[in-house]
Design a protein around this ligand. Structure first.
Ligand code: ADP
Length: 289
């Protein structure tokens, strides 16, 4: 059941164009929506999750009209918002049971469903603690458990790894990649690593526009052989900025290492660098490639 988005636009009342003619084809599997803060990711996620309306455009999930038939979407949607809100001080197992009631899961099945989900997200041993006492990683796994209630075919997770430490992030990646095998999982993130680890397809968006959509490998292939790097002095930065198309710069041991885009060998001590998804991201959002 693919998700087809066509010409979606949204302008907020303050004039911000959060989505500008967005069209995407999202197949089953993990789909990365990559963009810097303010790119329009949450606006798109919230629109698909039927929480707000677009001004124009369409979205269809199989034969469901996502923008019009909101009840049908909600029946098949799992959503983990950026801010999951305040948790009451009740046991996680009770909280999930309560959410299962809201989701309409029949009482005869509820206990089994809730227990299976707690095991699946590896929180079984912590089921009697309150979610308010959980670590960031545990909260996100609980968030996934609630998003999985009712066997959704479309799962939307908005910036799920922000604030997780590396160990928690890895556990969360493993969980998501298991889930993404048979359903659509849209993962919105500003963290390139998230997409690199998990997603077979992706879109890069900025200023409400789609700058790239396709497989990460295809994007990498387009840059192959055209990314060059050099360690420079901080004082040389301005000069290099004027002479080259700098994609990104990062400090290594206090010294800037710059990546530039060039079809041909720029010489001057530049070495060819292997293109990474980071380069794709910065090249696209800086309008270089
Ligand atoms: P992202 O999730 O990629 O950070 P958002 O969709 O949250 O991006 O925001 C896109 C743009 O729309 C930003 O410029 C943001 O400030 C603006 N924006 C988001 N929500 C609102 C709102 N309710 N009213 C006005 N502007 C908004």
């Amino acid at each position: 059941m693919p998700l087809t988005i066509r010409n979606l636009s949204k302008t907020y009342s303050n004039g911000v164009k959060a989505l500008q003619d967005v069209s995407l084809d999202i197949p089953t599997g993990m789909y990365g929506l990559l963009g810097p803060n303010g790119a329009g990711k949450s606006t798109l996620m919230r629109t698909l999750a039927t929480l707000q309306d677009a001004d124009a455009g369409t979205a269809t999930l199989g034969d469901i009209d996502v923008l019009k038939d909101k009840d049908a979407v909600r029946r098949t949607l799992g959503y983990l918002p950026q801010e999951f809100g305040v948790y009451p001080r009740i046991k996680a197992v009770e909280m999930l049971d309560h959410l299962a009631v809201l989701k309409g899961i029949p009482s005869g099945q509820r206990k089994e469903v809730v227990n299976a989900l707690l095991q699946r997200v590896n929180l079984w041993d912590h089921r009697k603690k309150s979610v308010s006492s959980y670590s960031g990683g545990m909260r996100q796994r609980f968030g996934i458990a609630q998003a999985l209630l009712g066997d959704p075919k479309l799962i939307i997770v908005d910036e799920p790894t922000a604030g997780l430490d590396p160990g928690e992030r890895n556990r969360f990646y493993n969980l998501l990649s298991e889930i993404g095998e048979n359903v659509i999982v849209i993962l919105s993130t500003h963290i390139v690593e998230d997409v690199k680890e998990l997603c077979s397809n992706m879109a890069v968006i900025n200023d409400g526009r789609v700058l790239y959509a396709g497989a990460p490998e295809a994007a990498l292939l387009q840059l192959q052989g055209k990314i060059w790097e050099k360690a420079i002095q901080k004082s040389e930065m301005e000069d290099y900025q004027q002479r080259y198309q700098i994609i990104s710069s990062k400090l290594v041991a206090g010294k800037p290492i710059i990546h530039i885009f060039s079809e041909t060998d720029p010489a001057e001590g530049f070495k060819r660098a292997e293109a990474g998804l980071e380069d794709v991201f910065f090249a696209r959002i800086n309008g270089v490639a």
